[in-house]
Ligand binder design. Structure first.
Ligand code: SF4
Length: 287
């Protein structure tokens, strides 16, 4: 079967840096100290199994061990809150901060805005690690998942404080139309809302490349993990264009229906490693 790769796909710079820092730690520390990642390092099961094979264990921030002496802990790409970092240091682990620099920028921006007395709206998925971390930097922040939630949160705030200073930060993977809709809902009550453009261009680049792919391919394979938010968004973008599409976590999970199409398009989320993309591409060509 013929396969066309998206012009841009797979690891973004932030995830590549995070994984490289973990691999460097494994090379430098293996056998000498215990190795941990704070939460799953990235949203990709294949990579997590690789890290496990190198000796990494995953820490749960709700349930940290009493001591982490003689260990090294790599912070995940989506970052953590300041209190979790303090808890790690208190337990004696050496911390390697592999937070994506763009996420770090949002964390620091949230902290600074909060210190200046702003109520910070954060648009995105409440339970996503990135947002859970950012909101810890702005204790008075309001996380809103969509336009309706933004409207109600702004309305409630307006009823309590009509002159509140407000600002908006978005999850790096939120789509531009969703972000605009959320901002518009808040400006109905707070026209002076300060909006920060926090959408990561890596996500946009993959979405645009996928749009191009949809014009050439009959069906699409999105290599990646369903737990990855930007991978799910690629699937949704293909569905919006009426293309049959599947998220495929590894070559053994290719859907049998794919064989009935002539040309397959191949895209991949920002947390999908090159080796996995190559393996899946190879498997499609054999169909
Ligand atoms: S998608 Fe963007 S914000 Fe997210 S890890 Fe990659 S570079 Fe960083």
């Amino acid at each position: 079967m013929r396969v066309i790769r998206a012009r841009v796909l797979g690891f973004c710079a932030g995830v590549r840096r995070t994984v490289d820092l973990a691999l460097d730690a494994a090379r430098g520390q293996a056998g000498r100290t215990r190795l941990f990642t704070m939460g799953p390092l990235i949203h990709n099961g294949w990579t997590l199994r690789e890290l496990e094979s190198l000796g990494f264990s995953v820490l749960d921030e709700e349930n940290l061990p009493e001591t982490l002496a003689d260990s090294t802990t790599v912070i995940r790409a989506h970052g953590i809150g300041p209190e979790t970092r303090r808890q790690l240091l208190r337990r004696g682990t050496k911390v390697i901060d592999a937070t994506c620099p763009k996420v770090r920028k949002s964390q620091l921006r949230a902290r600074d805005l909060s210190k200046k007395g702003f109520v910070v709206f954060i648009a995105g998925e409440k339970n996503h690690g990135e947002l859970r971390g950012i909101r810890m930097f702005a204790p008075n922040s309001l996380v809103v998942e969509n336009r309706e939630e933004a409207f109600h949160a702004a309305k409630t705030l307006f009823s309590k404080n009509k002159t509140a200073k407000t600002a908006m930060i978005g999850q790096t993977t939120i789509s531009a139309p969703e972000y605009s809709a959320v901002c518009a809902a808040v400006t109905q009550f707070f026209p002076d809302l300060t909006v920060y453009d926090t959408i990561c261009s890596a996500t946009l680049a993959r979405q645009e490349a996928l749009a191009g792919l949809c014009t050439e391919a009959d069906a699409l394979v999105i290599a990646g993990d369903p737990a990855s938010s930007n991978t799910r968004r690629l699937l949704a973008a293909a569905a919006e264009r009426g293309k049959p599409a599947w998220i495929v976590p590894d070559a053994s999970a290719l859907p049998p229906e794919l064989a009935s199409f002539r040309v397959a398009g191949l895209s991949a989320g920002t947390s999908t490693p090159d080796a996995l993309i190559n393996e899946i591409e190879q498997a499609i060509t054999m169909l």
